[in-house]
Design a protein around this ligand. Structure first.
Ligand SMILES: NC(=O)c1ccc[n+]([C@@H]2O[C@H](COP(=O)([O-])OP(=O)(O)OC[C@H]3O[C@@H](n4cnc5c(N)ncnc54)[C@H](O)[C@@H]3O)[C@@H](O)[C@H]2O)c1
Length: 286
């Protein structure tokens, strides 16, 4: 797709991590359609190349989570784009035993549960779902703060985290996913609180189920939870562009998440009671 000269991101240099498929691919396509020059990152080299071709951008394959990996992605993207204006830290994983990965095999009697998730899987999820964002922001924010202010209050740089509704609420069946996505939202909030007034725009995208490979592989509980409400990745990109127009931090492709989030804050015990009833219902049906 040839970027249009106009658009919400006209001429901007945009990096999307984990963009070889799913939500990242949809965000990369949308950024290109909004006039951006796009760098497509993914661990999967072939997928990154295919999406880069689709968006008329450049593939920078590699691990966007380890310290060395993030440095490589940011350096290669900066060389390609001249400067990174928007960084979409989208890559994320769920490796809990009940996420259909087989990681819990042999760990517990009967069906392994989230509590059986090995430390190594917790560590990798912390790395990809949280530290990836910290490491990228560490490299990008100091340079953004030194840039001149954009015209009409345009941000000096934009950092977008694909978190999850699990980061505002919880995800039944996956402790590390819930915990790391809460941390991802917490880091994005901190970044916005600290640098927002100095021209760094920050957003957290928090969908519930989205029809991607991750949802397909997410085990019976998550599949059951998302069966009726799952969105297409393009709808997540739609919600992001609306939030860009409205200058909003929180991007909620499923608007009902705002109600659940409000309920959780207003009466946490009542909200937890509801979650416990939902878990009991799921225990009976899976
Ligand atoms: N699908 C959903 O229901 C859903 C809901 C809420 C939030 N999310 C979040 O959205 C993001 C994208 O999820 P998706 O559903 O498109 O997943 P997906 O598994 O379909 O795609 C994720 C892509 O990220 C890549 N990736 C994984 N680790 C990487 C790394 N370290 N470096 C570079 N690339 C890496 C994978 O190779 C894959 O191509 C994730 O952060 C996920 O947690 C997904």
């Amino acid at each position: 797709m040839t970027p249009t000269p106009a658009g919400r991101l006209a001429g901007q240099g945009v990096v999307v991590t984990g963009a070889g498929r799913g939500i990242g691919r949809a965000l990369a396509l949308r950024a290109a359609a909004e006039g951006a020059r796009v760098v497509v990152n993914d661990l999967d080299e072939e997928h990154a190349a295919a999406v880069a071709a689709e968006v008329g951008g450049v593939a920078v394959p590699g691990d966007a989570a380890t310290d060395e990996g993030v440095r490589r992605v940011v350096a290669a993207a900066t060389e390609t784009l001249g400067a990174i204006d928007v960084y979409l830290a989208n890559a994320g994983i769920d490796t809990t035993p009940d996420a259909g990965t087989g990681l819990g095999d042999g760990l517990a009697e009967g069906a392994p549960t989230s509590l059986d998730t090995p430390d190594a899987a917790w560590a990798r999820m912390l790395e990809v779902n949280v530290m990836a964002h910290v490491r990228a922001a560490r490299l990008l924010v100091p340079g953004w703060l030194e840039r001149p202010e954009g015209p009409d209050g345009a941000p000096r740089g934009r950092f977008v985290v694909t978190a999850s509704a699990a980061g505002l609420l919880t995800m039944l069946g996956s402790a590390p996913y819930s915990v790391t996505k809460h941390a991802a939202v917490g880091f994005a909030e901190w970044l916005s609180a600290t640098y927002g007034a100095r021209g760094v725009a920050v957003q957290a995208i928090c969908p519930q189920g989205v029809r991607t490979a991750m949802l397909e592989n997410s085990g019976p509980l998550a599949a059951l939870l998302s069966r009726d409400s799952a969105l297409e990745p393009e709808q997540v990109a739609d919600a992001w562009t609306v939030a860009l127009d409205e200058g909003r931090f929180l991007v909620l492709p499923h608007p009902e998440v705002a109600d659940y989030y409000r309920m959780r804050a207003q009466d946490t015990d009542a909200w937890l009671g509801g979650m416990q009833r939902l878990q009991a219902k799921l225990d009976r049906s899976v």
